[in-house]
Design a binder for this molecule. Structure first.
Ligand code: COA
Length: 262
């Protein structure tokens, strides 16, 4: 039924596997549409008790938004792209059934944001997290500026986003970005054990925990706009800079970008 994701329902656990391993599971429009449809299924199918999101292949959870889709798009289209991504991730975050990420490799940019939109995360010891958008002359656009700050605090969030550096599993655990680090072999088993533990609890109570914790992490509003709105606007602003064109072109041409502050 799906082309870019795999789904599987077993023991009440609905596993969604992002499945573009040759592109390190980068998120293109099709992945977003299918992830959205899969979450619709989670909301409506009473046989689904919990959700596990992971990536296909040994190397990546998700290496970010598909950079090849950024070429030549307008500020308005960029804002729509960010809004679309945020909306799909809100659907994950606001799901009343537990949604867990099993991060099995690179979780960069939109991939780190996907993991952070899940209710909590386990990762393999070869996982690498990061918000490297700054290397492209960009900022996170799928909620990363907000959720990373909530999870790791302001100082680490600023540093991680401004340097764009990769964070290994140990540091991610120390920073509070992941709950548990496992070997790659045991990751899915450990994740499913935890979901089964939660599935044995009262589902309405679990749903209420999700709602209440989400209220505690709603981002601040300034002049009627949330941090998420500000992120969409700022993401769009980056798309009219020369540096963004240089950053994304350099990535596609496999060379280092030269930024000019324009
Ligand atoms: N968008 C589109 N394509 C991507 C991608 C992305 N975010 N991340 C990886 N790919 C593609 C590469 O272009 C390459 O495709 P090709 O074989 O057709 O050339 C393939 O996936 C494998 O990636 P590659 O870069 O060759 O692997 P690597 O092991 O040398 O490096 C990364 C791995 C994750 C460090 C590197 O792929 C990377 O930096 N990706 C982009 C991360 C990023 O900036 N994400 C935020 C986007 S907003």
């Amino acid at each position: 039924m799906f082309q870019t994701i795999l789904t599987d329902l077993n023991d009440g656990i609905f596993t969604i596997t992002i499945n573009r391993p040759d592109k390190l599971n980068a998120l293109n429009k099709d992945v977003f549409n299918e992830l959205d449809a899969a979450m619709e299924e989670v909301y409506t199918n009473t046989a689904i008790q919990s959700v596990l999101i992971t990536g296909a292949g040994p190397k990546a959870f998700v290496a970010g938004a598909d950079i090849s889709e950024f070429a030549g798009i307008t500020k308005e289209a960029a804002m729509a792209l960010a809004q679309r991504g945020q909306n799909v991730y809100f659907k994950i975050e606001n799901c009343k059934k537990p949604v867990m990420a099993a991060v099995n490799g690179f979780a960069l940019g939109g991939g780190c944001e996907l993991a952070m939109a899940c209710h909590f995360r386990f990762c393999s010891d070869n996982a690498r997290f990061g918000q490297p958008e700054v290397n492209l002359g960009l900022i996170p656009g799928y909620g990363g500026t907000q959720r990373l700050t909530q999870l790791v605090g302001k100082g680490r969030s600023m540093e991680y986003q401004m340097t764009g550096r990769l964070i290994d599993a140990k540091e991610a655990w120390q920073a509070g970005l992941v709950n548990q680090v496992c070997t790659a072999e045991e990751l899915i088993t450990k994740a499913k054990e935890t979901l089964l533990l939660i599935q044995a609890k009262a589902p309405i109570a679990v749903g209420k925990i999700i709602e209440c914790v989400n209220v505690a992490t709603i981002s601040a509003y300034t002049n009627g706009k949330s941090g998420y709105d500000k992120e969409v606007e700022s993401f769009g602003d980056c798309f009219i800079t020369e540096d963004m064109l240089e950053g994304t072109t350099a990535f596609m041409e496999k060379r280092k970008p030269v930024f000019k502050g324009k």
